[in-house]
Design a protein around this ligand. Structure first.
Ligand code: PMP
Length: 416
């Protein structure tokens, strides 16, 4: 089913997002710059979920009645759409989870427990989100494996010269983000994958911050596992994708046990089902999967090329304007080496106080460690401010952010 989406024009695309018109703190215009945490949803996604609940919803796979078949078809279309979105070979290489965190935990539990032992190494980077650190630390604690980290340069780029030394025959898995959720740093995953494969390591790419913005091609990159979340790309919360190469998924034991993931259960035990149901115990996120289909179709109609080009303009404008402000320091690499995320500090104002002051002016940014404490330890700051953009943001909103920062500085100067 095709969705009537207009040609790329941020002002007209914004009209698809009802929440962008919400007034905050009385009658302030909302400037939503927290897209790295979660994007908003266009009415096409909301409507698709509404249609499902109003006309097509039943539990999937189990029923033989008409509604259940409707629902099952839509759920499997979501799988096919997601598989095409990342260019997977087969839809059964797509496992639906509740999000990136659940996807990475699934791999660490299922593949990790079966394949790692004492002395084995897990290689991460200092750019990782806690979701791509803690499951591996838990795996290491269970198996006696060791977690190592690729360091970063002061500007937040990976120190790739150290990758060679860190990748050894002991490295069993390399798990890297494609883009930092804090600094926006783009990571050269294709190079990392080929170097990791050369020592026989399996690679997981955390695509939570890249899948919404740039083309993901699991066949071209040769990645073994890849994870992303629906809510960061216009989809509903509660749905994520785990891609796994079929041969790997086939060998892996189920992680969660329950309904749907079995072929047969007796009082003595169970036989797991086929892919991908083997990894989808219980009632899956049916409505969220159907919403994800609509989100992917919406993004496809705009085109990731147009989105990337426009986001680059936003990032360049934000960089130019913020770096011209006295007392504002931008962290992270040059603008051409990162996505549309600006991580910054304001002299003399704690990030939480600054975020609160900006919020009072209608600007939604995030302050804190952004679930990346090891990265913040390396940067030397416990907390930072983050403005993260998506294609429905405008150059005028960047200017509103800048005006609000200047106003905040004025207030804090007066009160100090
Ligand atoms: N990895 C990265 C890089 C992220 O930005 C996030 C979300 N902030 C996650 C993992 C976790 O995603 P979720 O909360 O959807 O599981």
């Amino acid at each position: 089913m095709s969705i009537p989406v207009k040609p790329f024009d941020p002002q007209s695309l914004r009209t698809d997002f009802p929440i962008l018109d919400v007034r905050v703190h009385g009658d302030r215009q909302l400037v939503y710059l927290d897209n790295a945490a979660s994007t908003q949803r266009p009415r096409q996604v909301i409507q698709r979920i509404r249609d499902l609940y109003e006309r097509q919803y039943a539990n999937v796979h189990r029923g033989i009645h008409w509604l259940s078949e409707q629902s099952t078809d839509l759920y499997e279309v979501a799988r096919e759409t997601s598989a095409r979105w990342i260019n997977a070979r087969h839809p059964q290489e797509v496992v639906f989870t509740s999000g990136t965190t659940a996807s990475i935990n699934l791999v660490a539990r299922s593949w990790g427990d079966a394949n790692l032992g004492p002395g084995d190494e897990i290689l991460l980077t200092l750019l990782e989100h806690h979701s791509n650190i803690v499951p591996w630390q838990q795996l290491a604690a269970r198996t006696g494996a060791k977690v190592r980290f690729v360091p970063i340069e002061d500007d937040g780029q990976l120190r790739l010269t150290e990758l060679n030394a860190l990748l050894t025959e002991r490295t069993r898995v390399v798990s890297v983000t494609a883009a930092s959720n804090v600094l926006g740093t783009h990571v050269p995953v294709a190079d990392i994958i080929s170097q990791a494969h050369a020592v026989g390591a399996v690679v997981l790419v955390d695509a939570a911050q890249s899948a919404p913005h740039q083309v993901t091609d699991v066949q071209a990159s040769g990645v073994d596992f890849l994870a992303f979340s629906g809510h960061k790309m216009l989809g509903p919360s509660g749905i994520g994708v785990l891609y796994g190469r079929e041969e790997l998924l086939e060998e892996m034991p189920p992680f969660l046990g329950g309904g749907s993931m079995i072929r047969r259960v007796t009082t003595d035990g169970f036989e797991p089902g086929e892919l991908p149901e083997k990894f989808e115990a219980g009632t899956p996120p049916i409505a969220s999967a159907v919403g994800l289909t609509a989100a992917i179709e919406y993004l496809q109609q705009i085109g990731l090329g147009a989105i990337q080009e426009y986001e680059r303009q936003l990032a360049v404008h934000a960089h130019d304007r913020l770096s011209a402000l006295e007392g504002v320091c931008i962290l992270g690499p040059e603008v051409d080496k990162k996505g549309a995320i600006i991580c910054f500090l304001i002299d003399g104002i704690h990030p939480h106080d600054a975020a609160q002051a900006l919020d009072q002016q209608g600007i939604a940014v995030r302050a804190g460690h952004h679930c990346a404490m090891p990265l913040h330890d390396r940067l030397g700051f416990p907390a930072t401010l983050r403005a993260s953009f998506y294609f429905y943001n405008t150059l005028e909103e960047v200017d509103l952010l800048v005006d609000a920062i200047v106003a905040t500085q004025r207030v804090f100067r007066r009160s100090s």
